[in-house]
Design a protein around this ligand. Structure first.
Ligand code: XIL
Length: 347
């Protein structure tokens, strides 16, 4: 009898050591109780990954909202002027709906990952027509299924001016309000947001963004929320400034989303770096949970194995909450503690 007990305990400790399948409550289950969404960016054609079953098992266990990382962008979904390809995006949506998750669509207007056919000279009227057609077709296709749209992504430059993009240069600033109006027309129920990076704290870029959105609201443009991407590094952010910034955007009557969070740390990270990363995740979650306007905290992936960081930030890696073998990292346990505390404190 005693031997059986020891054997069972041993077996349990082995499986608990490598995963959270040992009866520990999942992030999504705790987030449900808190009343917040917790999400991830869903990898390109994840159903073809060599470890697709592990990937989907963790995704559906831990998260209740997803954003397709690339496969709703223009180059993927609108490869030729007269042809849309919804097949990849549809699979992300199908997976989400089968597993009772929300879908956050990304993105209807951006200057990157555009198809080749867009790179010719357009007149203002032509480009307006192209944009209207794209937004209406895509939003209608996912009507009722994609509940949140990043309508305009990264329209502001790092110094706090309008970013010089194909949209701005050809159409002028009005492309922004037009995009929101067309998206609303195509799906009146969807939540429409403006999304950007480095606008988490108070700085020239977030000041410009604040002013821009304030004017959109004053002009009755249908914008419901703002997305803070939150691609940050081991230095974290100024937390007081982050808290105050959330407040000023919330005071405009906007819903707030953390849309693409990751915390990159040095490639050759030490144990201390992982602890520091956990503290940063925890602090951001804590501040978000203080503000009732925050609807969702979404990470840009969940396993370090498929993160965009090593490919884009030289010398950095390991930005997410699961390691390459899908083991939860200190950051995973840290955000779980913050969420749990929120339940016991009451919402
Ligand atoms: C990134 C993806 O993660 C990469 O796979 C892709 O090669 C480039 O785009 N801001 C955004 C996201 O809004 O769409 C970007 O995603 C990361 C920065």
């Amino acid at each position: 009898m005693k031997r059986l007990f020891i054997m069972t305990a041993l077996l349990l400790s082995v499986s608990c050591f490598t995963s959270t399948e040992c009866g520990e409550e999942s992030l999504r289950s705790i987030a449900d109780k808190v009343g917040i969404y917790i999400g991830y960016a869903s990898a390109n054609s994840f159903w073809f990954l060599p470890d697709a079953s592990k990937y989907t098992e963790v995704a559906k266990r831990e998260f209740n909202i997803l954003t397709p990382e690339n496969q709703m962008k223009w180059d993927s979904i609108h490869p030729e002027r007269d042809r849309y390809n919804f097949s990849y995006a549809d699979r992300h949506v199908q997976f989400a709906l089968e597993n009772n998750m929300l879908v956050h669509g990304h993105t209807l207007v951006w200057h990157n990952q555009l198809p080749f056919w867009l790179s010719t000279q357009w007149t203002k009227d032509e480009l307006l027509k192209v944009l209207e057609d794209h937004i209406k077709t895509v939003v209608s296709h996912f009507k009722g299924k994609v509940k949140i749209w990043d309508v305009v992504n990264e329209a502001v430059s790092d110094t706090g001016t309008y970013r010089q993009t194909i949209w701005y240069k050809t159409i002028g600033p009005e492309y922004i309000e037009k995009a929101f109006i067309w998206a609303r027309e195509a799906d009146p129920e969807a939540i429409l947001i403006y999304n950007d990076y480095n606008i988490e704290t108070i700085n020239p870029k977030s000041n410009f963004t604040y002013q821009l959105i304030k004017e959109l609201k004053e002009n009755d443009v249908p914008i419901d929320g703002v997305g803070f991407q939150m691609h940050i590094d081991i230095n974290g952010v100024n937390y007081e400034s982050f808290r105050n910034n959330l407040k000023r955007f919330a005071d405009l009557g906007l819903k707030i989303y953390i849309t693409e969070m990751d915390v990159r740390i040095p490639k050759n990270a030490t144990h201390q770096d992982l602890q520091k990363q956990a503290e940063i995740y925890a602090k951001i979650f804590e501040i978000c949970l203080e503000n009732p306007a925050v609807q969702a905290i979404q990470l840009w992936g969940f396993t370090d194995k498929y993160s965009w960081v090593p490919g884009f930030f030289t010398g950095y890696d390991h930005p997410l909450i699961f390691d390459r073998d899908y083991n939860p990292k200190p950051a995973y346990f840290a955000i779980k503690e913050v969420l749990k505390k929120r339940i016991t404190q009451g919402n």
